[in-house]
Design a protein around this ligand. Structure first.
Ligand SMILES: Cc1cc2nc3c(=O)[nH]c(=O)nc-3n(C[C@H](O)[C@H](O)[C@H](O)COP(=O)(O)OP(=O)(O)OC[C@H]3O[C@@H](n4cnc5c(N)ncnc54)[C@H](O)[C@@H]3O)c2cc1C
Length: 187
């Protein structure tokens, strides 16, 4: 049983998993390796003057793994909730988690197959997104959404930021108080 399962390891998903794993939450990331970010050359990501999409995606995964997130190559086909536990079905097996963060980019097929409400997208080239609350909650108990699939502007700094935002909301819900993750420069 995982505390948090993240679906998608693009900027939104890996950023979320970095925060949840660093907060000591048992985290798994399931990814089907179809990130559109892999086609990007990025010069507008604050703090990273210029970077290729593949390098950014690889760096994000490495950061999450450094804090203990397990990254598994798998395509998730369905989510279902019962007694406060989310069952995560993949083509290769099933996982269980208390909370799930969907960060599937331009793909909404998983949400639709799981009875999660979607709505028309408003960003350029984005047809459909998950209909979630501003803090990322979907209509399925324990299931959250972040990044492009949650309707935010399709830029790495924003999708990564949204992944972090939703992760902090999930950690805060689990801890029962608002969570902050600050490291201090050693003098
Ligand atoms: C050609 C191009 C150029 C771009 N240039 C820039 C730029 O210069 N600057 C900028 O800021 N942004 C740029 N972007 C946009 C940037 O790539 C995206 O905004 C963004 O970061 C998307 O992040 P994400 O995590 O929401 O989605 P993605 O990066 O698409 O990640 C989603 C992940 O979810 C996985 N997934 C989907 N469904 C499932 C499932 N059922 N089971 C398991 N895994 C699943 C996918 O395999 C993928 O790895 C560009 C995009 C493109 C296409």
């Amino acid at each position: 049983m995982y505390e948090i399962a993240v679906i998608g390891a693009g900027p939104a998903g890996a950023s979320a998993a970095l925060f949840t794993a660093k907060a000591g939450k048992k985290t798994i990331v399931l990814d089907s390796d179809q990130s559109v970010t892999k086609r990007a050359w990025i010069e507008n990501h604050y703090g990273a003057p210029e970077i290729t999409g593949p390098d950014l995606v690889a760096a994000g995964k490495k950061q999450a793994e450094k804090f203990g997130a397990e990254i598994v190559s798998a395509k998730v086909t369905k989510l279902s909730v019962s007694d406060g536990i989310v069952t995560v079905e993949t083509e290769g097996g099933t996982y269980e988690a208390k909370h799930v963060i969907i960060a599937t980019g331009m793909f909404t097929d998983l949400a639709e197959a799981s009875g999660i409400r979607t709505k028309p997208g408003t960003e350029p080239r984005i047809k459909t997104v998950i209909d979630c609350t501003p803090d990322g909650q979907t209509n399925l108990e324990g299931v959250w959404a972040a990044g492009t699939v949650a309707g935010v502007s399709m830029h790495t700094i924003i999708t990564a930021g949204d992944g972090a935002k939703v992760a902090i909301n999930v950690i805060s819900e689990i801890n029962g108080e608002r969570y902050v993750d600050h490291d201090v420069l050693k003098s």
